[in-house]
Design a binder for this molecule. Structure first.
Ligand code: NAD
Length: 376
């Protein structure tokens, strides 16, 4: 079977779905690989490195995709890529299925079997193919780097002949995969770190990373984690208590990083305009939930908002894309693990759509949108 990897076409996307390392793995597993020329540019991977790994270079989308049995991408394919697909070809990408119906319909119309990598279930067996985790991890790291860069002071305490520089106070709101990495990164840079979440399990994780945990630990908090490991949407009463507790804390912070999400719901509002106004000039907020409506009042996607009191609110929507070489490397390895599901135990290429993981991720097949959560 032939695997195709094309250049990402969506605005601002710097990542790529394969690296020379994963090309070698695919070839070792019996695939041939076609890479569109320039696909690795944003991740600093020259065409020659793909060629050296055994890939064939293609000059156009048609040449890259036309013979492919599998198309791997970071973001959903564009119309020209979809039109070039053979009927029955497999597509795996982060398809943003709830927001980008048009791409799903086009994939279905072309007869593609498409997998949304976001739908890979978060079970132990699927951890190696979990793109949400691999990308959130790097996003959490990068959020601290961006925050540190925008902040006009140092993060670590420094004792110099000219006097002492105080350490920065960093507050992480929401400690899932991204938040935990943000804590670790801010600690490594020498900041004094505090963190909050509504899931009780996070308290120990925060403390094990050397940060201080702050939360309203009432009965609702004790029950805030779903069976799937995610947060529940909290009541108005809890949110009011949470805001009262965090208000005086936020006012004292230098950098606040917010990552709070609730699956299938708008992001919870954790920082009001009044709380932003209470912060010192030069303080930074990095809002990782900005695409889902934002945790911070006033945050705008892909903008740095500077408030009247001199607080900067950074609203990057694609932080993994700002560390493209590493995020591509991890994403590409996630795809290698995912592609192992396409083969039978005997090694034949025959994807079993009844497999628990493939079934959960499959969004189009046989000319239709098939995922239960996406049927009209
Ligand atoms: P996420 O991106 O859905 O949310 C980020 C964080 O925001 C979560 O920790 C959530 O509890 C928190 N949050 C939600 N509402 C909040 C509020 N009002 N105030 C403060 N915080 C709030 O989370 P995620 O990073 O995808 O991780 C969710 C869980 O899934 C974690 O327990 C993680 O360890 C687990 N996980 C399991 C696997 C696996 O087993 N394969 C893989 C990845 C993640």
């Amino acid at each position: 079977p032939v695997i195709a990897v094309t250049k990402e076409r969506r605005a601002g996307e710097t990542r790529v779905a394969a690296t020379p390392e994963t090309v070698k793995k695919f070839i070792g597993a019996g695939y041939s690989v076609v890479v569109e020329s320039g696909a690795g540019d944003g991740a600093s991977i020259p065409d020659a490195d793909y060629e050296a790994a055994g890939a064939t270079l293609a000059k156009s989308v048609k040449d890259a995709v036309g013979k492919a049995d599998i198309l791997f991408k970071v973001r959903g394919p564009e119309a020209d890529e979809i039109k070039a697909l053979k009927p029955g070809a497999i597509v795996a990408a982060t398809l943003n299925p709830y927001q980008d119906r048009a791409t799903l319909d086009a994939l279905a119309a072309q007869g593609a079997t498409a997998f949304a990598m976001e739908f890979v279930p978060r079970i132990t067996r699927a951890q190696v193919m979990d793109v949400l985790s691999s990308q959130a991890n790097l996003a959490g790291y990068r959020a601290v780097i961006e925050g540190a860069e925008a902040y006009g002071r140092a993060l670590p305490m420094m004792m110099t002949a000219a006097g002492t520089v105080a350490p920065a106070k960093v507050f992480i709101m929401g400690v899932g995969v991204a938040g935990l990495q943000a804590i670790a990164t801010a600690r490594r840079l020498g900041a004094v770190v505090t963190a909050t979440d509504v899931r009780p399990a996070t308290k120990e994780q925060v403390e094990s990373l050397g940060a201080k945990f702050i939360a309203v630990e009432d009965e609702e908090f004790q029950n805030a984690q779903t069976a799937g490991g995610y947060a529940k949407e909290m009541s108005k009463e809890y949110q009011a208590k949470q805001a009262a507790l965090t208000s005086s804390h936020i006012a004292k912070q230098d950098i606040v990083i917010t990552t709070a999400l609730i699956p299938g719901r708008p992001a919870p509002r954790l920082i009001t305009a009044e709380q932003v106004a209470s912060m010192k000039p030069g303080s930074i907020i990095v809002d990782l939930a900005v695409e889902q409506g934002g945790n911070t009042e006033g945050a705008k996607p892909n903008e740095t908002v500077v408030t009247a009191n001199g607080v900067k609110i950074l609203g990057f929507t694609n932080l993994p894309g700002r560390i493209a070489a590493d995020s591509s490397a991890l994403y590409a390895r996630n795809l290698v693990a995912f592609s192992e599901l396409f083969k039978t135990k005997e090694g034949a290429f025959a994807p079993d759509l009844e497999d628990e993981i493939l079934k959960a991720a499959c969004v189009t097949h046989g000319g239709a949108v098939v995922h239960p959560s996406l049927k009209a």
